[in-house]
Design a protein around this ligand. Structure first.
Ligand SMILES: NC(=O)c1ccc[n+]([C@@H]2O[C@H](COP(=O)([O-])OP(=O)(O)OC[C@H]3O[C@@H](n4cnc5c(N)ncnc54)[C@H](OP(=O)(O)O)[C@@H]3O)[C@@H](O)[C@H]2O)c1
Length: 340
């Protein structure tokens, strides 16, 4: 049994991690933390856990060094870097769900976020997208779990950029459920601000744009434009990517390329021609569904769907943990999507 700590257990990603890890046969959760609810049982914060997981929350701002084999940091960016700096000992595995260790280039991080206070750890960090970086994750003690939008966009683009097939810029049009903003109270997440409407936000300035861009550029030197939207639903991301191929490839052959690229990937499902992803069919699961259509003039539309809290956050974090610990990658992650 490996002992695991969830630092910042009272948010949406923390709860999702606990839900997944409770069914993990090789894991015992021995630490859950919160500053706001310290001393309370986590089942008082999340009554769905009553009688199943009643661990008492201890303060996040305490010394937890060496207490766990794996620490998940479910904290806001900025706070995670301090916590990682405190915990990092090259023995425990640290998986950070914030943006603090997703960027190899500190300049890009600092332009999009804030001054990094644990820059000396960045060379030790791996971008935790197993489909692209599995071999590096295997040996890592510090994993920067990707953002939810970047997961959906990079997985949608990877077979094309890996083969250098795109001409010009691509437009990435993403729609997210409101849990993407976390559980902390914010004006923009209030029911009346979200329900009965649908809007883009942060066009050209969203912090996930540089994260997607730096990954795309590792494979093909093209530009991206990212437009996120907020949808009046609890969870899920649907991403549609528009662009043009250097040479037209028909839909069947493009789908065959995707199927070949992802043939050994347990969580990527490629749809047949004419079938497109739907957030309803990945809810509460670690799957990323991808469908696409190409046109005679070379233009293409690729659509991906994930659950932002599972493949976009905590499920992917457990997938990374499994890889890093050398246990079967799908352990505790094979639950069916929940529908309706
Ligand atoms: N939501 C998503 O879909 C999603 C997807 C991918 C990545 N992420 C990233 O994952 C991280 C967690 O997101 P979330 O959605 O779980 O957020 P959340 O629901 O707002 O929860 C945030 C957690 O961080 C703790 N916290 C907040 N400010 C803190 C501070 N100054 N010091 C110590 N603890 C603090 C809170 O604990 P207290 O009980 O002490 O207040 C809470 O447990 C964020 O970096 C987010 O960007 C989220």
């Amino acid at each position: 049994m490996w002992e695991v700590g969830v630092i910042g257990a009272t948010g949406y990603t923390g709860l999702t991690l606990i839900s997944i890890l409770k069914s993990h046969p090789h894991i015992k959760i021995n630490l859950v933390t919160s500053n706001t609810y310290k001393g309370k049982r986590i089942s008082e914060v999340f009554p769905l856990l009553r009688g199943i997981f009643d661990e008492t929350l201890v303060p996040t701002d305490q010394d937890h060094r060496g207490r766990c084999d794996v620490f998940f940091l479910c904290l806001p960016h900025g706070k995670s870097m301090d916590e990682a700096d405190h915990l990092y000992d090259n023995k425990s595995i640290i998986i950070d769900l914030s943006a603090d260790f997703r960027f190899e280039d500190i300049g890009i991080y600092e332009k999009a976020y804030l001054k990094h206070r644990a820059a000396h750890l960045i060379p030790h960090a791996v971008f935790g997208l197993p489909e692209l970086y599995r071999d590096r994750i295997k040996n890592s003690k510090l994993i920067g779990n990707p953002g939810c939008y970047p997961t959906s966009a990079i997985l949608a683009l990877y077979p094309l950029i890996k083969n250098n097939l795109i001409e010009g810029n691509v437009f990435i049009d993403s729609k997210s459920g409101v849990s993407g903003a976390g559980r902390e109270a914010k004006l923009g997440s209030l029911f009346c601000e979200v329900s009965e409407g649908f809007r883009p936000y942060n066009i050209g300035i969203h912090r996930h744009e540089p994260e997607i861009q730096k990954e795309v550029k590792k494979y093909q030197d093209i530009g991206i434009r990212f437009v996120p939207h907020l949808l009046p639903m609890n969870r899920g991301i649907l991403t549609t990517v528009y662009g043009r191929l250097k040479q037209p490839i028909d839909t069947e052959n493009t789908i065959a390329l995707y199927a070949k690229t992802y043939k050994d990937e347990p969580f990527i499902r490629i749809m047949e021609p004419g079938i497109y992803p739907d957030t309803r069919f990945v809810r509460f699961s670690n799957y990323c569904d991808i469908g696409l259509k190409t046109f005679d003039d070379g233009s293409f539309v690729i659509v991906s769907a994930i659950d932002n809290l599972v493949k976009g956050a905590s499920g992917q974090a457990v997938q990374n943990m499994n890889v890093a610990l050398g246990i079967h990658e799908t352990t505790a992650l094979t639950g069916l999507p929940q529908y309706p």
